[in-house]
Design a protein around this ligand. Structure first.
Ligand code: SF4
Ligand code: ZN
Length: 343
């Protein structure tokens, strides 16, 4: 027997909301989903009228839903925001080139300006070339560090006040778990924040309007709205550690659907005891980006690539930063250690 929508009691329900268990029709689900994002934005005061906001757009489901919902809410509630799309081209043939085509279509569909910054223009290296040199073990470290900076650089070119990213509740919960598993207290403290202020010159404030949206609901929203998004995984994606955290969380979710929110709440309520040593934020002596070491991670990784010593930025080689800065040659032993990539 067809189930009636529990909200409007008029239409036939087409889905059961993973978050609440309510049976809803399409229209009532759209409205509930959008309202929750609106509530998140209002409660956390994510934006101010007149702000220019860059939406980090990869062409994937999260950022496509984010762009769509931000446009809808900006109009429905007169946020007064100037929205634009900001994409990073990592230079991954067969993946990013195709997903960027989706972003270009989204640009037309949503009538938003689009800026694409590429690793090649910023760093002189594409991910294809990086993987050739470093192999498939640490590639995501390079990619993640470069992306963070690339988004900031693109945001500065676009002169936006803020970047919003498509991180959803599942992503945040996964990151909480990963930081616990790694014992990374500094990141653990930061990762549940819905917005971050600028930490220095060259760092644009960021926020996550989808922080409380379940991935399953984002998929349903994109599906029923027939949004144009790209669903293929990155061809270099093993990123094993996150994968395990993800699988673990999905297993928990299948037994207890609130696990995702529970993990986020746990992360939000953890506090760091006085006296725990935290990294002191300074700036990179080479590029001026924030860094707790003499050189920022991107500069060290790049130096490693350019010198053919890809392991320079992997692991802890901080004591070599002085040598790198003064262009002092490394000893044979030091070079040997940093050279051989583990294929
Ligand atoms: Fe980059 Fe790794 Fe993500 Fe691929 S999976 S886009 S290499 S971070
Ligand atoms: Zn730097």
């Amino acid at each position: 027997m067809p189930v009636q929508c529990s909200s409007c009691a008029r239409n036939r329900a087409v889905l059961k909301r993973p978050k609440t268990g309510h049976s809803l029709c399409k229209e009532c689900f759209f409205f509930a989903f959008e309202e929750e994002v609106h509530q998140t934005i209002v409660t956390a005061e994510l934006f101010k009228p007149g702000e220019r906001v860059g939406i980090a757009a990869s062409g994937g489901k999260d950022s496509t839903v984010l762009a769509h919902v931000m446009k809808v809410l900006n109009e429905r509630y007169s946020y007064g925001l100037e929205l634009m799309l900001l994409s990073v081209d990592e230079g991954i043939t067969g993946y990013r080139d195709d997903s960027l085509e989706t972003v270009k279509r989204n640009q037309e569909q949503y009538e938003l300006p689009l800026k694409i910054v590429s690793y090649e223009e910023l760093y002189g290296w594409t991910m294809d070339a990086i993987v050739k040199q470093v192999g498939l073990k640490n590639n995501c470290t390079f990619c993640g560090v470069f992306r963070r900076q690339a988004l900031d650089r693109g945001a500065i070119m676009l002169e936006v006040d803020k970047i919003c990213t498509g991180h959803n509740a599942d992503d945040v919960a996964e990151t909480v778990l990963m930081n616990i598993l790694r014992g990374d207290i500094a990141r653990l403290r930061r990762c549940t924040a819905i917005s971050t202020a600028s930490e220095g010159d060259g760092v644009v404030p960021r926020c996550k309007p989808l922080k409380y949206a379940y991935e399953k609901e984002i998929v349903l929203y994109a599906y029923f709205k027939k949004l144009d998004y790209f669903s293929t995984e990155c061809i270099y994606s093993p990123n094993a550690y996150r994968g395990y955290a993800r699988t673990f969380l999905k297993d928990l979710e299948s037994i207890r659907p609130s696990s995702i929110m529970d993990v986020i709440h746990s992360g939000e309520n953890l506090s760091v005891r006085d006296g725990v040593k935290m990294p002191v934020q300074g700036t990179c002596s080479r590029c001026g980006y924030i860094s707790s070491q003499a050189l920022c991670k991107a500069c060290v990784l790049l130096e490693g690539l350019n010198r053919g010593l890809p392991k320079l930025g992997i692991g802890k080689h901080h004591r070599l930063h002085g040598k790198l800065l003064s262009q002092e040659p490394l000893t044979e032993k030091e070079e040997k250690k940093l050279k051989a990539p583990e294929f």
